[in-house]
Structures are given as structure tokens and as C-alpha cells.
Ligand binder design. Structure first.
Ligand SMILES: CC(C)(COP(=O)(O)OP(=O)(O)OC[C@H]1O[C@@H](n2cnc3c(N)ncnc32)[C@H](O)[C@@H]1OP(=O)(O)O)[C@@H](O)C(=O)NCCC(=O)NCCS
Length: 208
């Protein structure tokens, strides 16, 4: 298995991979009525490849794991809020709504005294390759690439029980937790209702 930076040439394969092995289980994607991701979501996440900070694990022609990661800056919370308002009524806007609470709560830029960070957005391992630490290897590769590019901080918001467990195993620091039960609409209904084991979004950070 080779773990390397994802390039534009990988675009179509990565897209098809995340549609099968990430979006079908990501708690934010499946936690609402319409379970498919919308195009705003897909386009945003796939644009991470252009920064040269995303990673794939491949065996021959086949992708076994993907970690889409991209830079973010100290005005990220404001940026998320504006995008959420601009795209009001879409599923992606709804997702940005909860991510806004997580970003402000985690407050990673003040907490770590940095102006920029690399943020992991999409982590997916092939369904037949789970439990072999492919996730761990692609995360560590993103850290290495980010560090080489001069970033001092890596962060990620784990929406899944499994990804949070993996970050713990890699020794990352949990800096914030936001329970799904706390995120409610104006009628007091819980907005995201993922499968029972996914109870919260947890933000993890690592100084590089
Ligand atoms: C999160 C994810 C990348 C972890 O994959 P991984 O590299 O296989 O993780 P690990 O090697 O740490 O697996 C550890 C254990 O959890 C199990 N496991 C991991 N993900 C699992 C899943 N989605 N469903 C059931 N079991 C899972 C593994 O089988 C393994 O079990 P074992 O210790 O009994 O062998 C993977 O679950 C995934 O792609 N999930 C779907 C997309 C998603 O939700 N991404 C995270 C959003 S933040």
C-alpha cells in the first residue's frame, strides 16, 4: 500500500470513493432525512485536493483510504457563518450551521495562538479495509505534509464515534465536544439524528 498526496489526476476516483465509503456513513450526511450529500458539500470538500494537503492510500489502481484536508484561517468561524447564510435552505448550509457552533466552541486559533491551520474534512477508509489502521496512516501522512508546508497546527472535527476513537488512539488532544442533542431548530427538534453510537462532534488538535 502506498500513502501519498492526492493530485487533480485522482479527482474522479477520489470522488467516487468518498461517495461510496465516506458519505454513506458520515453522521452529518446520514443524520437528516435526505441522506445524500448535496453538490455544495461535495464541491467544497473535493476542492481540498487543490491545496496539496490531502492524502490517498492506494494499492495498485484501487483507493483504500482518503483524507481530504485543507488550510483554514483565524476568520474561519465568520467564513462558515457567511457561507451558511448565503446557501440558506440547502443541506450544506444546515451542516455549516452545526460546524459554526463547533468552530466557535473549539476556538482553536486563540487556544493555540496561531493564524492558520490544516483542517481534516473528509476521512474515509474502504469498507473492506477497516480495522487495519489505514486511517491512522493517512492521518499521519497529512501531518507530515502539513508540517513540511510550514503549518504548526492540525485540527479536525470528528462527527463519528469511530473517527474520534482513532484520533484518541493517535494521541490527539480533544479540545471541544458538541452533542448532537444540543443542536435544535426553532421548534426544539434535534436537527441531526445519526445512528445511536454517534453522540457528539469532537474537535481534536495536534501541534505539528
Ligand atoms: C473513521 C474510519 C475512517 C476509521 O477507519 P479505520 O482506519 O478502519 O479505523 P481503525 O483501524 O482505527 O478501526 C478500529 C476498529 O473500529 C472498527 N471500525 C472502524 N470503522 C468502523 C465502522 N464504520 N463500522 C464498524 N466498525 C468500524 C474496525 O473494524 C476496528 O475494529 P477492531 O479493532 O475490532 O478490528 C472509518 O470508520 C470510516 O471510513 N468511516 C466512514 C466515514 C466516516 O464516518 N468518517 C469519519 C467522519 S468524521
Amino acid at each position: 500500500m502506498q500513502v501519498r498526496v492526492a493530485t487533480q489526476e485522482d479527482y474522479e476516483k477520489v470522488l467516487s470513493f468518498i461517495l461510496s465509503h465516506y458519505y454513506t456513513e458520515d453522521p452529518l450526511t446520514i443524520g437528516v432525512e435526505q441522506k445524500e450529500p448535496d453538490n455544495y458539500d461535495i464541491e467544497f470538500n473535493m476542492s481540498s485536493i487543490s491545496h496539496g494537503t490531502s492524502v490517498v492510500a492506494v494499492e495498485g489502481d484501487e483507493i483504500l483510504g482518503v483524507y481530504l484536508a485543507a488550510p483554514k484561517y483565524s476568520d474561519e468561524a465568520q467564513h462558515i457563518k457567511e457561507e451558511s447564510e448565503r446557501l440558506a435552505g440547502t443541506k450544506w448550509s444546515q451542516i455549516l450551521g452545526i460546524l459554526y457552533h463547533v468552530e466557535t466552541g473549539a476556538n482553536v486559533f486563540e487556544r493555540f495562538g496561531v493564524e492558520k491551520a490544516i483542517h481534516g474534512h473528509v476521512l474515509g477508509v474502504h469498507k473492506d479495509t477497516r480495522g487495519k489502521n489505514v486511517g491512522g496512516k493517512i492521518i499521519e501522512k497529512v501531518w507530515e505534509v502539513a508540517k513540511d508546508k510550514g503549518y504548526k497546527l492540525f485540527t479536525t472535527d470528528c462527527t463519528s464515534y469511530y473517527s474520534a476513537r482513532l484520533m484518541e488512539r493517535l494521541g490527539m488532544e480533544m479540545v471541544f465536544e458538541f452533542p448532537y442533542s444540543k443542536h435544535r431548530d426553532s421548534n426544539d427538534n434535534q436537527i441531526f439524528n445519526p445512528p445511536e453510537m454517534h453522540k457528539s462532534i469532537k474537535t481534536y488538535a495536534k501541534v505539528l
